[in-house]
Design a protein around this ligand. Structure first.
Ligand code: ATP
Length: 363
């Protein structure tokens, strides 16, 4: 990642998305504002951009070209979840909004931490791991082709999906995982299914092992995806960094999020060397949308990851400080007894947001 000192205002995009997005994204904006204020930074310049069902109404596109063009000039952005399954055709069959943005900006690394909150209801207390998920290929066929999708039906009764693993993409994601492990507990677990998908996930495992040779201080092990689910449920606290392909990473990170306490607390960052997007690991939760009961923690902690990434990109300790204040505000609020229903509490989304802002102001 290139580093250059940043002195002026940060410009961040806001994409509300669908379902609970318009509830949890504004919560994150309020909390980042409070953290910037506490860290003595100039206020963020927020740029709202159309996306999702609202953009289909206004621009006849779920991810308008205007949105993609505007994002290119920003320092980063917050993406709310989308409910693409509910879009009318032809939008429903297209690559979904987050896939479109990830592909457009080459956001190859999806970093998904799962950390148990003190005072939260984790299945395995002490869980503190990060899933590093390759984001551009693998077994999600909709992003594997230049045109069209890698999923097709030659007859009404036969459906075929294409998976792709490349050396180049695997080297990049493995390097991200080992670099991260060097800043953590120096343990990387490679997750694959090389006993069945011998060529594809076998290549993934082997290239990860080759990259591992550059990091002799890092302990390396590997597991098949099915065995990994068992290990996570039994002993998630024994893992540090997990590196895996796209679909395995998506599934494992939902599991890890619940093990840490709730999918509602599972953050993620999608990044390349030049761009980064904060996006909660969970979906748009249409079953609870519009009721002010969604847990905003995943979106808030994703925003903190974005600030941390900006701190590294611009070598700016003030924005790193703001990231730390966001995280501490969340943990302090939970420790003081504030939590939403999914964590066993009774706070609304806005009440929890207020509790975090109060905690940040208290320092
Ligand atoms: P997608 O395919 O878009 O990722 P999904 O099918 O995985 O979506 P989610 O929308 O993530 O589903 O929801 C799964 C369950 O978790 C739902 O019962 C939902 O209400 C709950 N959930 C998800 N996010 C939150 C949240 N932030 N707060 C509370 N509950 C949530």
């Amino acid at each position: 990642m290139s580093t250059s000192q940043r002195t002026d205002q940060y410009n961040l995009g806001v994409l509300y998305g669908d379902g609970i997005g318009p509830e949890i994204v504004p919560s994150s904006v309020a909390i980042v504002d409070a953290a910037f204020d506490a860290a003595g930074l100039q206020p963020v310049k927020w740029v709202e951009l159309p996306l999702g069902a609202a953009a289909i109404e206004s621009h006849s596109a779920h991810t308008p070209t205007e949105t993609l063009d505007a994002l290119a000039d920003l320092d980063g952005w917050l993406l709310g979840p989308h409910d693409s399954a509910s879009y009318p055709e032809p939008y429903k069959s297209q690559l979904n909004p987050s896939g479109t943005i990830r592909k457009h900006f080459g956001l190859y690394a999806n970093i998904r931490p799962a950390k148990a909150l003190e005072g939260g209801n984790s299945v395995v207390p002490g869980t503190d791991l990060v899933i590093v998920r390759e984001n551009t290929e693998g077994f999600y066929a909709d992003r594997n082709t230049f045109a069209g999708t890698g999923e097709f039906m030659p007859t009404p009764d036969v459906a075929i999906a294409m998976g792709i693993i490349t050396r180049q993409a695997t080297e990049k994601i493995a390097t991200s995982a080992f670099e991260l492990a060097m800043r953590r507990d120096k343990h990387v677990t490679i997750v694959h299914k090389a006993n069945v998908l011998k060529l594809t996930t076998g290549l993934f495992r082997d290239v990860c092992r080759e990259v591992a040779a550059n990091y002799p201080e890092v302990r390396v092990d590997d597991f098949h995806i099915d065995a990994m689910t068992v290990h996570l449920v039994r002993k998630a606290d024994k893992f540090d960094v997990l590196v895996t392909e796209n679909m395995f990473g998506d599934i494992l990170s939902d599991l890890a999020g619940e093990i840490a306490g709730s999918l509602g607390i599972a953050p993620s960052l999608n990044s390349s060397e030049t761009h980064a997007m904060a996006q909660a690991a969970h979906g748009s939760a249409p079953d609870i949308a519009g009721r002010n009961i969604a847990n905003p923690i995943a979106m808030i902690l994703s925003s903190a990851m974005l600030l941390d990434w900006l701190g590294a990109k611009y070598d700016d300790n003030r924005v790193r400080d703001a990231a730390a204040r966001v995280e501490k505000g969340v943990f302090d609020a939970v420790r003081s007894g504030a939590s939403t229903g999914d964590l066993g509490g009774s706070a609304s989304t806005t009440e929890f947001t207020d509790a975090v802002v109060t905690a940040i102001k208290a320092g």
